[in-house]
Design a protein around this ligand. Structure first.
Ligand code: SAM
Length: 306
């Protein structure tokens, strides 16, 4: 069966008494070359950073839908774990993935799953790729949950994340300091790795047709975690509290992105403290958060903690 053929998708759904659910952000791919290209991008694009044991990498898919991308992943990886929230799709997946022995489907809301525990179970000490055509309304919380699933030393068991997302989201997370689209998510992502836009996907490739264009975002994480960007970052038990403070500073700085940083961060630190920290780093005290590079945020947080 062709899981990207619109007529066959409709027949399959009718047989199981279901229809696409807007509340779960369901837009299914109806052009078979797209899941193939996404799976190729995830499995075969040369990694930006050298890693060991590339052949034993497992893959986690969030939101398999009726299984079109899942089957392509199963053909390229030794094992696939797919987490699907919609109970109506579980029997459908039982049918469409019946011949894929290396696929395990978990019926769960990924946002309520302990991502760190799930990933550690999947990887069995190795590493994992995440690949998904995500519902647009939860792209940011899912990406944040994946980036936050770091090991105690700050490195990530997730070596690559390949996501089909809204095109504007891809532009936003790839933006750099000073760009119009630069955001808290751009900074968060740059703390963990490098993001690139692999290719765009027009709205006509989905059923139902969404109102927005999409793009495939490819993220390779740093092998050594945040230390690769900021070698002075606290290590051991000091890492997690430092990281929590860093993300709070970034989020707060972008809530009022057009305000001078000492004002924007005043709910976290007295203005004078932020001014002194910026001066110690040789940064103007009237700078806005949107002008700070990810490394500046790391250094500022360390200075504020003194
Ligand atoms: N992978 C399929 C494809 O490419 O055709 C479907 C993609 S569709 C855009 C998003 C999928 O994510 C749907 O199957 C939806 O039910 C599922 N989903 C939505 N929210 C979810 C959540 N919190 N946890 C797990 N799956 C979720």
């Amino acid at each position: 069966m062709n899981l990207c053929n619109l007529t066959e998708i409709r027949q399959l759904m009718e047989k199981h008494g279901i229809a696409p659910r807007k509340s779960f952000g369901q837009n299914f791919l109806v052009n078979a070359s797209i899941p193939e290209e996404i799976a190729d991008t995830s499995a075969y694009t040369a990694p930006l950073f050298a890693r060991e044991n590339a052949d034993s990498v497992r893959v986690l898919e969030i939101g398999p839908g009726i299984g079109a991308l899942t089957r392509e992943l199963a053909a390229r990886y030794p094992a696939v774990t797919a987490v699907e929230i919609d109970d109506g799709l579980i029997p459908v997946l039982g049918e469409t993935l019946a011949d894929c022995e290396n696929v395990r489907v978990i019926h769960a809301d990924f946002m309520k799953t302990d991502a760190r525990a799930l990933i550690s179970e999947i990887t069995d000490g190795g590493s994992v790729h995440v690949c998904a055509n995500l519902p647009y309304y939860i792209t940011t919380p899912i990406l944040t949950a994946l980036l936050d699933a770091y090991r105690p030393d700050g490195s990530s068991p997730i070596t690559r994340i390949t996501l089909l997302v809204q095109r504007e989201f891809a532009d936003r997370v790839c933006a750099e300091a000073g760009d119009r689209d630069y955001s808290a998510t751009s900074v968060l992502l740059a703390l963990h790795g490098c993001a690139r836009r692999a290719f765009t996907v027009s709205a006509g490739n989905f059923y139902p047709v969404p109102k927005v264009e999409s793009a495939v975002l490819l993220i390779d994480t740093y092998p050594g975690g945040l230390r690769d960007l900021y070698p002075d970052c606290p290590t051991g038990e000091a890492f997690a509290p430092y990281y929590a403070k860093l993300t709070a500073v970034i989020d707060t700085a972008f809530v009022m992105r057009r305000k001078a940083l000492p004002n924007a961060l005043s709910s976290l630190f007295p203005k004078e403290k932020t001014e002194a920290a910026l001066t110690a780093l040789g940064i103007r005290t009237d700078i806005r958060g949107e002008k700070l590079t990810p490394l500046d945020f790391c250094r500022l947080t360390a200075e504020l903690a003194k």
